[in-house]
Write a protein that binds this ligand. Structure first.
Ligand SMILES: Nc1ncnc2c1ncn2[C@@H]1O[C@H](COP(=O)(O)OP(=O)(O)OP(=O)(O)O)[C@@H](O)[C@H]1O
Length: 274
């Protein structure tokens, strides 16, 4: 049986507006993400995707509701314990958010140094391991300004993975990248998910991005989950969809399943067993 690694129950988030009013960015959202999932959040601009994602590691505090990650209720932790729990949740952003005056090595070492507990030799070994993972071993001494967008995002991924998290949150990770770099970055994320068993939650407004790597998606409309379904399951894809985005994603998923079936290896497997 699959276990939920992340569980959000009845979370809501309201922002105060300058005119004294309030804006409900997230409305009573409950969802579960299973261990090993690549879970996508899609929706129009302003639908509340990023705010919802930022509730996963409490970068935004919900007004009500609870957030559980890997068996701990984040919403019940002290500041100190939350800092500790966040080592289990890496995050990357659309604009990479690297330290501009630090080298690639120091950017990746940053979370390890602030959390303490590791020797300089252990930090060096871990940083090198993470940079190897994202194929940037040759760039340790470079500064962010000397890197391409794709390379910057790879440094951000290495930094997010440095503390060995179970979860990686990705907020529009490919929006600033061209199509080819996007494909390569998605392949890296898929590899991290499979090889390291890191559960990924990814926000995007690009259908092709989520269709490419997610096994499960939720469509966000007006701060709430309009629908969610599996993209890798033909039965789930065949069910009627409530939203236009859901319909398009389901078509994308169905096409991917068909394409996978018609690749020579799978055709051989089918021929051998059917
Ligand atoms: N700190 C804030 N204060 C006030 N309103 C906010 C704040 N953060 C977000 N909002 C509002 O909440 C709504 C949801 O924002 P959010 O960034 O979560 O949407 P999104 O679906 O990720 O959009 P996009 O795809 O454009 O990034 C928007 O209308 C936004 O203006």
């Amino acid at each position: 049986m699959t276990t939920p690694l992340i569980r959000i129950t009845h979370a809501s988030k309201t922002f105060a507006l300058p005119d004294g009013g309030h804006f409900h960015a997230v409305r009573d959202v409950s969802l579960e993400v299973n261990k090993g999932d690549i879970f996508g959040l899609i929706g129009k601009s302003g639908a509340g995707k990023s705010t919802l994602l930022r509730l996963f590691n409490l970068l935004e505090q919900p007004d009500s509701g609870a957030v559980f990650v890997d068996g701990r209720e984040l919403t019940a932790l002290s500041k100190r314990d939350l800092r500790d729990a966040r080592r289990n949740i890496g995050m990357i952003f659309q604009q990479f958010n690297l330290l501009q005056n630090a080298t690639v090595f120091d950017n990746v070492a940053f979370p390890l140094r602030i959390h303490g507990g590791l020797t300089a030799a252990q930090i060096t070994a871990r940083v090198n391991e993470c940079l190897e993972l994202v194929e940037l071993s040759g760039k340790t001494a470079s500064y962010p300004a000397q890197l391409s967008g794709g390379q910057k995002q790879r440094v951000a991924i290495a930094r997010a993975l440095a503390s060995g998290p179970a979860v990686l949150l990705c907020d529009e990770p490919t929006s600033a990248l061209d199509a080819e770099t996007t494909r390569a970055l998605l392949a890296t994320l898929r590899d991290i998910n499979r090889r390291l068993n890191v559960t990924i939650v990814i926000v995007s407004h690009e259908l092709s991005v989520l269709g490419e790597i997610c096994n499960r998606v939720a469509v966000i409309e007006d701060g709430a989950i309009a629908e969610q379904f599996a993209l890798d399951d033909a039965a789930s894809l065949a069910e009627p969809r409530k939203t236009a985005l859901g319909r398009e994603l389901a078509q994308h998923g169905a096409a991917s399943i068909l394409a996978a079936r018609s690749t020579p290896n799978n055709a051989d497997t089918e021929a051998a067993y059917v």
